[in-house]
Design a protein around this ligand. Structure first.
Ligand code: SF4
Ligand code: SF4
Ligand code: FES
Length: 398
């Protein structure tokens, strides 16, 4: 047994005490085995110290998805986080300073999930953010044609690709961690988009193109993700929502050739071209290529592209002011930093190699380093009869 201090962010809407109006912090000292969970600590605090402490939980086994919280700033499940490890993490973060308790021990900081309104203490309103967005992606199968006489038969190989998104337990940790959602609360978000891939990738679904068209053209859809990886870090089940979003983009832009109104596809292509030509990002060229590819040469930009380019002028000015946009061709002499030596040739060779063939491996199923079991957090998913070859999908670079 060991002693721990839980520093809990609280909000009691019904509180009448002056000092409990609005959000405040409360400390609870608990004593339990380091291998037990942070949720066990919270329940001990609730049972022994303050019965009004609100925390949502059910299975206590990382299955139901109820106990999402932030622990030491990281969105995760309280029942899946060992309290001993959380204390070590708190110690690393505190670095002997502000977050130590009166006893000198580091406090494990527990807060409600982000990007969702708080109802009470650690309980958030998942309906208004998570579930509403989830329904937005039509999370059910829409097969075309009359149903078969018996069940739909799908090969194991065909289902491998959606196994990862099927593993989602709707805990909302990724939504809590999403940086794009902080900037744009209307962003459909990682959990709902991972679920969208679950149906887009299902061979039984008959609305693949319609789904992709919808998600690509929504201003808050697949191109609203900024690749920050936070949802991958937060997900306790190894769903890697960002990867599912990238698969949706690849299918929409490359395989289905959807030219979205958000210019997301062109922006992606501009990134690829920019790095191939320059090695590092040239923001001024990126803007031009994103909105008006070919403006210098053969192709005439569309009216929509020109409008997008003009609307981006304030962003460009901010970029120049902050030094992010390091060269504006023809306006300011180019100062774009080139890669040293023959590094650019190496970049080009990587591109050439990638053009030849790219293998997309579903690491969730086959495991890294050829292990048979799934990636961390992928409990219950086994390779078994599915060969690595069956899971490797050749895709053309986008
Ligand atoms: S990678 Fe995209 S979806 Fe995931 S947290 Fe970052 S912005 Fe959100
Ligand atoms: S994708 Fe992962 S983090 Fe997001 S809701 Fe599903 S299980 Fe939770
Ligand atoms: S209590 Fe069910 S996932 Fe934590």
């Amino acid at each position: 047994m060991a002693e721990y201090t839980l520093k809990v962010r609280r909000f009691q809407p019904e509180a009448t005490d002056e000092d409990k109006r609005g959000a405040y912090w409360d400390n609870f000292d608990v004593e339990l085995d380091p291998t037990l969970s942070v949720l066990d600590g919270l329940l001990q605090a609730r049972d022994g110290e303050d019965g009004s402490l609100a925390v949502r939980c059910s299975c206590r086994a990382a299955i139901c998805g109820s106990c999402g919280v932030k622990i030491n700033g990281q969105s995760t499940l309280a029942c899946k986080t060992q309290i001993g490890e959380a204390a070590e993490e708190a110690e690393r973060k505190a670095d002997g300073e502000s977050t130590t308790s009166e006893t000198g021990k580091p406090e494990i900081v527990i807060e409600p999930m982000g990007n969702m309104p708080v109802i009470k203490d650690l309980v958030v309103d998942m309906e208004s953010t998570h579930w509403e967005k989830y329904r937005r992606v039509t999370p059910w199968l829409m097969p075309s044609g009359p149903p078969p006489e018996r069940e739909y038969i799908v090969s194991a190989e065909a289902m491998v690709d959606v196994t990862q998104s099927v593993a989602c337990i709707q805990c909302g940790s990724c939504v809590s961690a999403c940086l794009s959602m902080e900037a744009d609360p209307d962003f459909i978000g990682p959990a709902a988009l991972a679920k969208a891939y679950r149906f887009v990738g299902d061979p039984r679904d008959g609305q693949t193109t319609e789904r992709l068209y919808d998600l690509a053209n929504d201003q808050h859809g697949i191109y609203d993700c900024t690749h920050c990886f936070s949802c991958i870090d937060a997900c306790p089940k190894g769903v890697a929502p960002m990867n599912q979003i990238m698969r949706l983009r690849r299918l929409a832009g490359h395989d289905h050739d959807i030219q979205d109104v958000n210019n997301g596809r062109n922006h992606e292509l501009a990134f690829v071209k920019n790095i191939e030509k320059k090695g590092t990002l040239d923001e001024s060229l990126l803007l031009q290529e994103s909105f008006a590819p070919g403006i210098k040469g053969k192709l005439l930009p569309t009216i929509r592209s020109m409008k997008g380019l003009i609307e981006s002028i304030p962003t460009a000015i901010r970029g120049i002011r902050t030094g992010k946009m390091r060269s504006v061709p023809k306006l300011i002499p180019g100062v774009h930093h080139k890669l040293p030596g023959d590094a650019q040739d190496h970049v080009k060779r990587i591109y050439d190699k990638t053009e030849e063939s790219r293998i997309e491996l579903n690491l969730y199923v086959i495991g890294e380093g050829g292990e048979e079991e799934g990636a961390p957090g992928a409990e219950g998913v086994r390779a078994e009869d599915i060969t690595a070859a069956a899971q490797a999908e050749e895709v053309t670079p986008s």
